[in-house]
Design a protein around this ligand. Structure first.
Ligand SMILES: Cc1ncc(C[n+]2csc(CCOP(=O)(O)OP(=O)(O)O)c2C)c(N)n1
Length: 621
């Protein structure tokens, strides 16, 4: 066992390459074993084991800085940088994070989680280093999927201009979560197969030969030019043109090649790009065979690869089924995902309606404007993006969709606490970032039956609409077959009581109903309202319950600042109604990782927390 002796990267330096190869196997075993029990990002982490070893072997971390794009592939890095013994706590309550975290280790340079920003981070650090006349190397490791994000190009462009001393390691496995898409991905693929150089030369030859009249002569005369052209047609010409020195493609599982190349470039200055080719899921057959399923996986059995999942439908499943139903009613319906076909439940849609499905890459901003224009051209686009990733497209939502009142439906999955992925992934800002935009309708369902009606309503309203729903199992209620349109801005009273009103939003409705039942047993009678429209609000109903019960508690799984409860305060203030209001929601802080259940409990947003809040409030009075 070599792994037992490796506590920090410097312990690697005494090992031979064959020993490092054995270490790679040991690290893979540990990752597979732990992730099978904790869940996590398996395929990506397995793909970069040798690369991680080589980087820590050649460079002098933590003085040299390695920035992991997205950060989901950082498990080997964590194991090699002092966290081997804690690795079994990965993503657990009070355990280590599944992403790089500066709070956790000095080896984690930046808290990443969202894609495509690692080159910007490298460029910024390089400028700071220059200004302070410091001496260290800066590397960003970015996948071919993350390279589809606009930010990555903005940073390449800037780095070429500044001639930044940065090393970009392009980890190319031809996969995003699903198969990577786009012209750039095909370009990288041509480089890897060697097709690029041969094909381009052939094209130039035939172009010269086919020049009218002069063709053959020019061809001969240009023969020597071809030789000089050869020099220009390096595989990485695209990157070279942006001012980067390109090296590769290199086998990312061959430690000798990796170490040699990294040692050579370590001494070089200016922007460098090393193109490393890896296999996603490397070393675990089930993940190699189905890297997408094992990209982000819940707990699974190692032998069979089967996951241990519950039988209930998730909101994502319901979305995936309902959008197929809607699309069969109207052939203008289009589904768009930003590299999350599986995660958003659109995989079946992509097979049933391949012509009406677009995976636009990790490019949320482009996706939203693309949808706006589809709507402009007469289509009915549904943009399915997780709440947290849609933050990237805030400006596009405002200007390109809402300002123009274009009928784009945002299917905002993973709204609220998401659990083990932690602060970079909780979708707790969306009600706030949507609510203040003119023209948009914002809804959140209490259960999957209402969710289906909301999706149908969103399609019917012919306006910008956001439907926000949580990660995980739905309520398990019966589904009405027939879809119906919910009148815009109407709430529903689910229970009547005179002591106070609880107005709940989305997935907090059922916990509020359960709380009301417990309170009833304690002789406190609550009205419970399903505040299913976050915008517009049901003013009439709100005024009525406020006047009747004289006390209002709002509950939402969104930051309390600018969210659902804030909206209720605004309406009451505008209407001149003075009643005490308390709000339960996400406090003004970043929420760590942990199970959804534990985090909700800790925040006080579960049934028990709601009961406690009401009892404390009434007792104080
Ligand atoms: C802005 C943003 N959108 C979507 C995601 C979800 N996501 C996480 S990893 C990933 C694919 C990344 O592919 P790549 O960079 O090639 O890394 P690989 O997993 O293949 O190693 C996606 C889409 C994200 N993290 N950030």
């Amino acid at each position: 066992m070599y792994l037992e002796k490796i506590n920090l990267p410097q312990d690697l330096k005494g090992l031979t390459v064959p020993e490092l190869n054995i270490l790679s196997d040991e690290i893979r075993h540990l990752i597979i074993d732990v992730v099978s029990k904790t869940g996590g990002h398996l395929s990506s982490s397995l793909g970069v084991v040798e690369l991680t070893i080589a980087l820590h072997y050649v460079f002098n971390t933590p003085k040299d800085k390695i920035i992991w794009d997205v950060g989901h592939q950082c498990y080997a890095h964590k194991i090699l940088t002092g966290r081997r013994d804690m690795f079994h706590t990965l993503r657990q309550d009070n355990g280590i994070s599944g992403f790089p975290s500066r709070q956790e280790s000095e080896y984690d340079v930046f808290n990443t989680g969202h894609a495509s920003n690692s080159i910007s981070i490298a460029v910024g650090l390089a400028e700071a280093k220059k200004k302070k006349a410091e001496d260290y190397r800066i590397l960003s490791v970015i996948g071919d999927g993350s390279l589809t994000g606009g930010m990555a190009f903005e940073a390449l462009n800037h780095a070429g201009h500044l001639k930044s001393d940065i090393i970009v390691i392009l980890n190319d496995n031809e996969m995003s979560i699903s198969k990577n898409i786009g012209a750039l991905s095909s370009y990288l693929n041509r480089i890897m197969t060697g097709e690029f150089v041969t094909k381009t030369r052939e094209e130039i030859k035939s172009m010269l030969k086919n020049l009218p009249a002069l063709g053959d002569k020019v061809y001969k005369a240009a023969k020597h030019i071809e030789e000089s052209i050869k020099g220009f047609i390096t595989p990485g010409i695209f990157f070279e043109e942006l001012g980067f020195q390109y090296f590769g493609p290199i086998d990312g599982h061959n430690l000798i090649y990796l170490i040699d190349t990294l040692k050579n470039i370590k001494r070089m200055k200016g922007p460098i790009l090393v193109h490393v080719v890896t296999k996603k899921g490397k070393g675990y057959t089930h993940a190699e065979d189905d890297p997408s399923r094992f990209h982000g996986v819940s707990t699974f059995e190692i032998d069979t690869g089967n996951s241990k999942k519950t039988g209930l439908n998730t909101y994502t499943d319901i979305f995936g089924e309902t959008i197929i139903e809607l699309a069969s009613l109207d052939d203008r319906i289009i589904a768009i995902t930003a590299a999350m076909g599986l995660g958003t439940g659109l995989d079946r849609f992509s097979r049933v309606f391949p012509e009406r499905f677009y995976d636009i890459g990790i490019a949320e901003q482009h996706g939203v404007t693309f949808a706006a224009a589809l709507a402009l051209g007469g289509m009915k686009p549904f943009v399915a993006i997780y709440s947290t990733f849609l933050q990237r497209a805030y400006d596009q939502i405002i200007l390109d969709v809402c300002l123009q009142g274009l009928p784009v439906v945002f299917a905002v999955d993973r709204g609220g606490i998401v659990g083990q992925d932690g602060p970079t992934h909780h979708g707790v800002f969306d009600l706030s970032y949507f609510r203040h935009i003119p023209n948009i309708i914002v809804m959140s369902p209490k259960d999957e039956n209402e969710f289906r009606h909301m999706l149908y309503s969103a399609y019917r309203y012919d306006r910008p609409v956001a439907v926000r729903y949580p990660r995980g199992d739905a309520q398990g209620v019966m589904l009405e077959r027939e879809l119906r349109e919910i009148p815009i801005g109407t709430w529903e009273i689910l229970r009547n009581g005179g002591d106070l009103t609880i107005v709940a939003s989305g997935n907090t409705v059922y916990p509020c109903l359960a709380a009301a039942q417990i309170l009833h047993e304690n002789h406190i009678d609550c009205t419970v309202v399903n505040g299913r429209f976050i915008k517009p609000m049901d003013r009439e109903l709100l005024i009525d319950v406020a006047n009747r019960t004289k006390k209002i508690l709002t509950v939402e799984e969104n930051t309390v600042i600018g969210g659902f409860g804030s909206g209720i305060l605004e309406v009451l203030s505008e209407e001149g109604i003075v009643v005490p209001v308390k709000r339960i929601g996400i406090p003004d802080m970043f929420i760590t990782h942990g199970t959804q259940k534990t985090l909700r409990k800790r925040i006080g947003i579960d049934t028990e927390g709601i009961v406690r809040k009401v009892l404390e409030w009434l007792k104080r009075e």
